[in-house]
Design a protein around this ligand. Structure first.
Ligand SMILES: [Zn+2]
Length: 191
């Protein structure tokens, strides 16, 4: 669109130079006509942008080629206005296609995980505690939860787990989960 205006302005300048060289007032008038046409196209373009229309203005090209008179650009503006009114109308038809339902179903599984209560503490025999102190096996903990677990524990679900040595976990005050029984499992594996 702006490219057409640029061409028109350059053509008007060229004709103005021609008019000065040939001393013919006809070329000067044609030059003025082209300048006015360029101005009208700029105004039409500005109106089109203000209406948030993305469609390219096709009717401008034939008008520019027949730009030897001042009058042709006038029917251009109503034509463009018709175009711009059509485009928002079709856009409005597309708008109601909204599906807010999936967000509701997405929320429910997360709630279930949050409602899952903290597991009981596994009861570890004294003999096993002595064995655990020497083990370097990894268990996992969840931030702000007091139990440590085996990686396979069902309670973990989709929670973010932090791997930690079982000895360090016990030193830090974490307690074994009664559901996955990491103490009994690791002691049994060690023996
Ligand atoms: Zn567990």
């Amino acid at each position: 669109m702006l490219y057409i205006v640029l061409v028109l302005v350059l053509a008007a300048l060229g004709l103005l130079v021609t008019a000065l060289i040939t001393a013919s007032s006809l070329w000067a008038w044609v030059s003025i006509g082209l300048s006015v046409l360029a101005g009208l196209i700029l105004v039409a373009d500005w109106l089109r942008r203000r209406r948030r229309s993305a469609a390219p203005a096709a009717p401008a090209t034939p008008a520019a080629s027949a730009a030897s008179a001042v009058s042709p650009p006038e029917p251009e503006e109503p034509a463009e206005e018709e175009q711009t009114t059509l485009i928002p109308a079709s856009g409005d038809l597309g708008d109601p296609a909204d599906t807010p339902e999936p967000t509701v179903t997405d929320a429910s599984p997360g709630d279930e995980t949050n409602d899952d209560p903290e597991p009981e503490v596994e009861e570890t025999p004294e003999a096993d505690i002595a064995v655990l102190a020497d083990l370097e096996d990894e268990v996992v903990v969840v931030d702000e939860h007091p139990r440590y677990h085996l990686r396979t524990c069902a309670w973990l679900g989709t929670r973010d787990t932090i791997p930690i040595g079982i000895g360090e976990a016990r030193q830090l005050g974490f307690t074994p989960c009664a559901r996955c029984t990491p103490d009994a499992t690791l002691v049994a594996a060690h023996r």
